[in-house]
Design a protein around this ligand. Sequence first.
Ligand code: G3P
Length: 215
Amino acid sequence: MKLFLDTASTKEIRSMWEIGILDGVTTNPTLVAKEGRRFEEVLLEICALGVPSVSAEVVATDVEGMLREGRHLRALHPSIYVKVPMTPAGLRATKILAGEGTRVNMTLVFSATQALLAAKVGAAYVSPFIGRLDDQSEVGMDLIRDIVTIYANYGFSTEVLVASVRHPVHVLEAAKLGAHIATMPYAVMEKLAQHPLTTIGLARFLQDWEKVPKG
Ligand code: G3P
């Protein structure tokens, strides 16, 4: 399973990249706005680290605009995946961009039928937002189960990128279902490595080591 950070903070990305557990980065306009920096400058800095998959979102809502922005983003660096919203225009733009060899991440996906269409137009990734479904009293993980089943039924190569992840159990459940990727905030990725018994156990080992005769 690939683990992505859902952030535009180069500080957070560098930290996880140096540990060696990071497979990619997803950004969106909200995350980019938080950083207060130029979009392209941030993207190029992330790509320069060597991160192999960096999703950058178009903000146009018409096909021509999506194509123009998508082609521009794609040309910035070979690691860029173009994020396109799940709308009729987005489906059309994805079909064209994918046909040109651009890897598209279809975003704002909230139903299995939307995910089916994303696969049919050749998206490289589909991004179902599970946390936002949970917020609406729907079970986001049920959607992941449905998409994984549908893609397996027909042998689609589109990868399921579980987005809007809010806590480690989302990552655990997505992994059990065989989702290809989970993208998460820095705080969630940090928690994947933590356990209080690890902390207590290490402190005890170090304390006991002091009692071992040295020299
Ligand atoms: O980047 C898309 C998605 O992961 C956003 O998550 O927490 O804003 O619902 P969230």
